[in-house]
Design a protein around this ligand. Structure first.
Ligand SMILES: *[C@@H]1O[C@H](CO)[C@@H](O)[C@H](O)[C@H]1NC(C)=O
Ligand SMILES: *[C@@H]1O[C@H](CO)[C@@H](O)[C@H](O)[C@H]1NC(C)=O
Ligand SMILES: *[C@@H]1O[C@H](CO)[C@@H](O)[C@H](O)[C@H]1NC(C)=O
Ligand SMILES: *[C@@H]1O[C@H](CO)[C@@H](O)[C@H](O)[C@H]1NC(C)=O
Ligand SMILES: *[C@@H]1O[C@H](CO)[C@@H](O)[C@H](O)[C@H]1NC(C)=O
Length: 420
């Protein structure tokens, strides 16, 4: 909360709790789809408690090393999965984005309710706003509409999570999409600047009529990325890696990175597991990722052994040789850092721009009846048709970047509750 006075901080936390029950239902960008293919996306997740890397990974059904790699955190060191990440840390969680009920969403996350869990605490606390209580309720066919009714301990829930892929491109350049939960205090220009994109691009991607987002809305943020060209038969077909990060593939035997200089996917052996198949290019003695250069009078003869996908349990490689004007220097890798032990808002992997509300606070106030709606606007279908024409999906939610606005909405909500 550096730089925010105590009283404002309290107002923000209270507003966070009150907003959703007040009828300001959050909007989420969706992508229509058909067929059964899946694609890769990222979820922006703010830790609701101090958690081990392995616990965060388990929550989202992903691999600890993959989680670390997607955040350019050292994934190879001993005990990397057991490092403790601090509450409030913002991480990118790699997810498989499926096509279900005609829209892209991640449906592979399962959660077993713990004692005292409610739909509201699971949605707003554990999953930090990536799913709403209502979405979890309907995904699981639960009858009770009360988000504060206790769940049965051990009850297994499917947690539908928002993701989009948009053909893994943005403005015809490779991109991967981060589902970002708008925090209290965020503005679209600040989010755009934080991700080195433009307000216009965020508005286009999310089909917004105005550059305004409300806390709890989920925006799709395009991140420049390195695309792969693996064949359909490869189990890692469609692999895409955001600039400045890594991905693990081929059973954690291969690591691929993107950037910082060129946006060409670069893959090398990962040696995280003991038993990996051969990673040598056939008819040569060069290993995956090896580049050899031979200056000639005509230029530089460059040979490289590159990764071609994981096909049928085999690491496919190809040896490419070509003449280039100049010999390339040594490959520059994205920098890997140790997992942080404190939340540092100036860190390189872009934490949320404001501190999260404590999980315990979420859902503390019961929702109003469905007839109570803020501002008289119709609140039912709260999804914007993404990448469609911007007109017609105008956000009517107020910008929540000024404390007096937060306080006035808080007061408005109190008025509503006092009439119930
Ligand atoms: C998706 O991108 C590929 C190239 O990456 C292109 O060939 C294809 O036409 C695109 N599909 C759509 C629907 O835009
Ligand atoms: C990729 O990231 C590096 C820093 O890590 C940055 O300098 C570069 O501009 C980025 N490239 C693109 C295309 O965004
Ligand atoms: C070939 O790649 C391996 C593994 O990445 C590396 O250890 C080795 O130094 C490389 N050799 C050359 C000649 O680049
Ligand atoms: C470049 O080097 C490879 C082996 O490293 C060789 O097979 C090929 O003939 C060379 N090409 C040229 C144009 O020198
Ligand atoms: C995978 O291997 C099995 C048997 O090992 C073979 O029948 C099948 O054709 C292979 N598939 C591909 C795509 O290579």
């Amino acid at each position: 909360m550096a730089g925010v006075s105590g009283s404002v901080a309290v107002a923000m936390v209270v507003a966070m709790v009150v907003l959703v029950p007040c009828g300001v239902v959050a909007k989420t960008t969706i992508e229509p789809c058909s067929g059964s293919d899946s694609c890769q996306a990222l979820l922006g997740y703010t830790l609701y408690a101090d958690m081990k890397v392995s616990e965060v990974a388990a929550l989202f059904g992903t691999d600890p090393a993959a989680l670390l790699a997607a955040n350019a955190l050292d994934f190879s060191g001993p005990g990397a999965a057991h490092r403790i990440l601090p509450m409030g840390l913002f991480v990118r969680v790699p997810t498989r984005c499926a096509c279900a009920d005609g829209v892209r969403k991640s449906v592979s996350v399962r959660y077993a309710a713990r004692p005292a869990d409610t739909l509201a605490t699971v949605a707003d606390g554990v999953f930090a706003g990536l799913a709403s209580a209502d979405q979890i309720r309907s995904a699981n066919g639960l009858a009770s509409a009360d988000p504060d009714a206790p769940l049965d301990a051990g009850q297994a829930l499917v947690i539908p999570l928002p993701c989009v892929c948009f053909n893994s491109s943005d403005n015809n350049l490779p991109a991967t999409y981060l589902s970002y939960v708008v925090q209290v205090g965020d503005t679209v220009p600040v989010i755009a600047a934080g991700y080195e994109t433009t307000v216009t691009d965020i508005m286009n991607v999310n089909a917004m009529g105005s550059p305004v987002a409300a806390p709890g809305d989920i925006l799709a943020i395009p991140l420049p990325a390195c695309a792969s060209t693996f064949p359909k038969s490869a189990s890692d077909h469609g692999l895409i890696v955001a600039n400045g990060t890594y991905a693990l593939t081929a059973g954690n035997c291969v690591q691929c990175s993107c950037g910082p200089g060129s946006l060409n996917l670069y893959c090398t052996p990962a040696s995280l597991t003991g038993s990996c198949p051969s990673m040598q290019c056939s008819n040569s003695n060069v290993l995956l990722g090896n580049v050899s250069t031979h200056p000639t009078s005509a230029g530089c003869n460059v040979s490289s052994c590159s990764y071609g996908g994981f096909v049928n349990g085999t690491i496919t490689t190809s040896l490419n040789t070509g003449l280039q004007p100049r010999c390339p220097g040594p490959h520059q890798f994205p920098q890997l850092v140790d997992p942080p032990t404190t939340v540092n808002h100036a860190s390189t992997f872009l934490p949320p721009l404001s501190a999260p509300a404590p999980a315990e606070a979420a859902g503390a106030i019961p929702p109003p009846s469905s007839s109570v709606q803020g501002g008289g606007s119709f609140t039912l279908p709260k999804v914007s048709k993404a990448k469609g024409p911007a007109a017609g999906s105008v956000s009517e939610a107020p910008s929540m970047n000024k404390p007096h606005q937060i306080l006035s909405i808080f007061a408005f909500c109190l008025l509503l509750y006092s009439q119930m």
